[in-house]
Design a protein around this ligand. Structure first.
Ligand code: ATP
Length: 298
């Protein structure tokens, strides 16, 4: 966990500057603009605060009144949001707010108790995870979950079973994460945390996703490893990949994202453009202080 998390005192490390192009670029356009809309209409993405460029993009993900439970525990409560193609959304919230459960529900790794998830206009709510992967939804799970006895390359190739056609191959992943190239034949169990995280992100990229769901990629990593992973990730994100990023380091999340959504006890309490939200505003929502639901949540 880094020091820029709300309530922590240390300053966050400076984020890497996005470079103009990743070596394995995806087909989408530039990573520009922001949107604060939480509406759920299909078709073109609506935007209450974003630029014209983003509002003209098509809606890739549309979530309506989504509920997810762990037994009796109601972890995700009536979540509605839309994500435009190319948008980068940072999902923040305190421990137990429901971030991981929401990402897993979007990926099909956790069942929806109610509500709908539409991806590129198609209702995927009942689809299992591997069918969603084939449509272009990839999850980088908290804790990496690599096959420890398999090498870096073998871990990447395993993901290729459900891959869509696209630019990501073992070679382009190793270009995007140069720290992995000399380690490509090393077993995952013998990698450092940062190297494992890079492999886990690479594994998701191997499916050629249209939507990349990243769950706490910096969790448990040394600060230098976080910087290395984020350097590659920032280049990747700048190519136009659509991303939902769960990140406890608020400063980093707000630098990398177009838009910030804050969950509190399973509900969205803040949804707005990263460039227009102050750190204080997000921190208030994070802790449920004041009337945090004020700005962009309809
Ligand atoms: P963290 O930052 O700690 O990972 P989070 O915002 O990702 O938190 P979730 O992990 O989605 O939150 O958890 C949401 C709620 O569901 C919490 O109250 C948590 O205790 C509970 N929960 C999560 N996983 C399970 C599980 N496997 N069984 C029972 N309850 C769970």
């Amino acid at each position: 966990m880094t020091g820029d998390r709300p309530g922590a005192s240390a300053a966050s490390p400076a984020g890497p500057a996005p470079s103009s192009q990743a070596s394995a670029s995806s087909s989408a356009g530039s990573a520009s603009s922001s949107a604060g809309s939480a509406s759920s209409s299909a078709g073109s993405a609506s935007s209450s605060a974003g630029s014209g460029a983003l509002s003209a993009r098509r809606t890739l993900l549309s979530v309506e009144r989504l509920d997810a439970r762990h037994g009796l525990l109601h972890a995700v409560r009536g979540v509605s949001l839309t994500l435009a193609e190319g948008e980068k959304l940072a999902l923040v919230g305190a421990n137990g707010a429901g971030k991981t459960t929401l990402l897993r529900a979007l990926a099909g790794a956790h069942p929806a108790a109610a509500g709908t998830v539409r991806f590129d206009g198609a209702d995927v709510t009942a689809l299992p995870a591997h069918r969603r992967v084939a449509l272009g939804i990839a999850l980088v799970p908290e804790g990496r979950r690599l096959f420890p006895e398999m090498t870096v390359v073998e871990n990447l190739l395993v993901a290729g079973r459900h891959r869509r056609p696209g630019p990501w191959t073992v070679d382009t992943v190793l270009d995007a994460f140069p720290l992995l190239r000399p380690l490509r034949n090393r077993r995952a169990a013998n990698l450092s945390g940062g190297e494992q995280q890079a492999t886990a992100i690479g594994r998701a990229l191997m499916t050629n996703p249209r939507l990349l769901l990243l769950d706490e990629v910096s969790l448990g990593l040394a600060p230098l490893a976080v910087d290395a992973v984020y350097e590659s990730l920032t280049r990747l994100i700048a190519t136009g990949t659509t991303v939902i990023l769960v990140e406890q380091d608020l400063g980093r999340a707000m630098r990398i994202a177009d838009r910030v959504v804050c969950l509190l006890e399973g509900r969205i309490v803040l949804d707005g453009p990263a460039g227009e939200l102050t750190r204080e505003r997000v921190t208030e929502a994070y802790f449920g202080l004041r009337s945090a639901a004020a700005p962009a949540v309809p």
